[in-house]
Design a protein around this ligand. Structure first.
Ligand code: MSP
Length: 505
C-alpha cells in the first residue's frame, strides 16, 4: 500500500517557528506509523520560495530574494532532523526541476482550455499572497488574518477558469465526505463552494520573483499555483529523473495543512489538478492553530510576525525532540485550535513523560534487575491486563489512519496509566518478600514488561528516540512493527540497564 503524506511548504520570508514545527511533527507521526504498518511511505516537506511574501522580506533586508531563500531554506531543512522528522525529500520551489515541471503542467492546463487573458481588479493581501473574495475582507478593507490594509490591485493577466469546476467540485465533495477532514473543515470548504466560484489570477505581471510564464514572458505564475504544484512535481525528480515516483505515490494520501490555507488546498488545488488531467488527493487534513495565552488571558494566533513565540529549537535543545513532539500531539486536539505555553509544556513533561511513562519504564526494568537478575523465563501473562490490550493496536492504527493523532495518543496513554495502577495493585516489592509468591512475582513482572513493551511499540511514531532506547533495554531492540504491539508474552525476558528516559529538570 502506498502512503504519501505532505506538509505545506514553508515561506522562507522568516525563520521557522513552532507553528511550522507543528505541521511537520504531525505529518511525521503519520509517516512513522504507516512505516510501522509495513506500507510504502513517501513523506514530503520543503520551502515555498517565490512570490510577494519572500520578495518583500528580501527587499526590506536589501538582499536578493534568492539569497534570503537560500539562507532560510537551510534553516527549515535543518529543523527537520532536529525534530526527528523523517521526511523522504525536501523540495525547494526554486529548484529548476520544479520550475520546469510547473511550466509544463500549467501549459497543459492552458492547452486544455482553462486559461484566458483578462483584467483583475480587487483586494489583495501581500502577506497572504491572496486575492480576497468579498466574503474574506475584514473591516475597512483589511486582511482578517494579518490585520493589515489590503491593496487595491488592477492588472492585466492570465486567469484560471476556476468557475468551470463548480459542478465537478460539488460532485467531489458529495461523493467523498472524507476529502476534507475533520468534518467542520469539510463544511467550511463546502460553504465556500456554495458561495459560487469565481475565476482567479493565474499569473502576475509586475512581480519578477516567480516562475516565468512560458507563453508570456512578461508574467510570472501566481505563487500559490507554483507552490501547490510542489506536491506533484517533487515525485518526478526526488529520486532523479531515472526514477519517477509519480505513478507509485500520486494521488497523495494526506495533505496536512493549517486552517489558514484551506481555500487553496480544498478548492483551488483539486480544480487545478482536474484542469491538468491529474487525480485529486485522497484527503486534506486541516489542523487548527497553536495559540499563545496572552497577558490578559486572551489567546492569539502564535506567529513569528507577532513576536509571541515558543522557540522549538530551544525547547528541543533543553528537553529533546520527543518531548516537543509529545506535547504538541497531546496538548492541542489535532484539528482544533488550542493554547500552548512553556508552563504547560513543563507540566506535561513532568507529570506525563517523566512520571507516568519514564518512571514506569525505570521501575519495571529496575525491578526485573533487582528481583530476577534481569532475566525471567517465558511465563503465562496476567489475564487481568489482557482486556486492556485486546484490539488496542488495531484501534490506535485506525485512529492514525484517520489522522486522529491526539485521540490515538490518548488510547495509548490510558494503558500507560493502567500499567501504573497495576504496579500499585500488585506491589511487586511485597511479593518479593515471600518465597511462596515467586511464581506470582514472575507473572507480574513479565506482564508489566509486556504491557510496557506494547505501549512503547505504539509510541514509536510519537517518541521515536525514547521508544528505541526502551525497546533495546527491554531486550527487543528494533522490533517496532505494529504487529509487535500485542500483549502475548511467551518469550524469555532479558533486560538491560536504562538511563532515565525523561530526566526531571
Ligand atoms: N507557503 C504557504 C503554504 C504553501 S503549501 C502549497 C504557507 N506557508 S507558511 O510558512 O506561512 O505556513 C506553513 C504552515 O504553518 C501552514 O499550514 C500554517 O497553517 C502553519 N502555521 C503557521 N502558524 C501556525 C500556528 N500558530 N499554529 C499552527 N500552525 C500554523 O502558508
Amino acid at each position: 500500500m502506498p502512503f504519501y503524506v505532505t506538509t505545506p511548504i514553508y515561506y522562507v520570508n522568516a525563520a521557522p517557528h513552532l507553528g511550522h514545527a507543528y505541521t511537520a511533527i504531525a505529518a511525521d507521526v503519520l509517516a512513522r506509523h504507516h512505516r510501522q504498518c509495513g506500507e510504502d511511505v513517501f513523506f514530503l516537506t520543503g520551502t515555498d520560495e517565490h512570490g510577494e511574501p519572500v520578495a518583500l522580506a528580501a527587499e526590506q533586508l536589501g538582499i536578493p530574494p534568492l539569497e534570503l531563500a537560500d539562507r532560510n531554506a537551510q534553516r527549515f531543512r535543518d529543523l527537520m532532523p532536529l525534530l526527528d522528522v523523517s521526511n523522504d525529500y525536501f523540495i525547494r520551489t526554486t529548484d529548476p526541476h520544479h520550475v520546469a515541471e510547473v511550466q509544463r503542467i500549467l501549459t497543459a492546463v492552458r492547452e486544455n482550455g482553462y486559461v484566458y487573458e483578462g483584467t483583475y481588479e480587487g483586494w489583495y493581501c501581500p502577506r497572504c499572497a491572496d486575492f480576497k473574495t468579498d466574503a474574506e475582507i475584514g473591516p475597512d478593507n483589511t486582511c482578517p488574518i494579518h490585520k493589515i490594509p489590503l491593496v487595491r490591485e488592477k492588472e492585466e493577466n492570465h486567469f484560471f477558469a476556476l468557475s468551470a469546476f463548480q459542478e465537478q467540485l460539488e460532485r467531489l465533495f458529495d461523493e467523498r465526505p472524507d476529502f476534507v477532514m475533520p468534518r467542520h473543515r469539510y463544511n467550511e470548504a463546502r460553504a465556500f463552494l456554495a458561495g459560487g466560484l469565481q475565476d482567479v489570477s493565474l499569473t502576475r505581471p509586475k512581480l519578477r520573483w516567480g516562475v516565468e510564464v512560458p507563453w508570456d514572458r512578461s508574467q510570472v505564475f501566481y505563487v500559490w499555483f507554483d507552490a501547490l504544484l510542489n506536491y506533484v512535481t517533487a515525485l518526478s525528480f526526488a529520486r532523479g529523473k531515472q526514477q519517477d515516483l509519480t505513478q507509485r505515490f500520486w494521488p497523495a494520501t494526506y495533505h496536512i495543512i493549517g486552517k489558514d490555507i484551506l481555500k487553496f488546498h480544498t478548492i483551488y488545488w483539486p480544480a487545478l489538478l482536474l484542469a491538468a488531467g491529474l487525480e485529486v488527493p485522497r484527503h486534506v487534513f486541516v489542523h487548527g492553530f497553536l495559540l499563545t495565552p496572552h497577558e490578559g488571558g486572551e489567546v492569539e494566533k502564535m506567529s513569528k510576525s507577532r513576536g509571541n513565540v515558543i522557540d522549538p529549537v530551544a525547547v528541543v535543545e533543553e528537553f529533546g525532540a520527543d518531548a516537543l513532539r509529545f506535547y504538541l500531539a497531546r496538548e492541542v486536539a489535532f484539528g482544533q485550535d488550542g493554547p500552548v505555553s512553556e508552563a504547560g509544556f513543563v507540566t506535561r513533561y513532568e507529570t506525563e513523560l517523566a512520571n507516568d511513562y519514564g518512571n514506569l519504564a525505570s521501575r519495571t526494568i529496575a525491578m526485573i534487575n533487582r528481583y530476577r537478575g534481569g532475566r525471567i523465563d517465558a511465563v503465562e501473562l496476567d489475564p487481568e491486563l489482557a482486556p486492556d490490550f485486546e484490539g488496542l493496536e488495531a484501534r490506535v492504527s485506525a485512529k492514525l489512519h484517520d489522522a486522529e493523532i491526539t485521540q490515538a495518543l490518548e488510547e495509548i496513554w490510558k494503558r500507560v496509566r493502567r500499567l501504573n495502577r497495576y504496579v500499585e495493585e500488585r506491589a511487586p516489592w511485597q511479593l518479593a518478600k515471600e518465597d511462596a509468591k515467586a511464581a506470582e512475582l514472575d507473572r507480574t513482572l513479565a506482564s508489566l514488561h509486556e504491557g510496557l513493551r506494547v505501549v512503547t511499540v505504539l509510541l514509536v511514531p510519537y517518541l521515536p528516540r525514547a521508544a528505541e532506547k526502551l525497546l533495546a533495554a527491554l531486550g527487543r531492540a528494533g522490533e517496532t512493527d505494529l504487529a509487535e504491539a500485542r500483549y502475548v508474552g511467551g518469550r524469555e525476558i532479558a533486560v538491560d540497564a536504562l538511563e532515565p528516559l525523561f530526566p526531571k529538570r
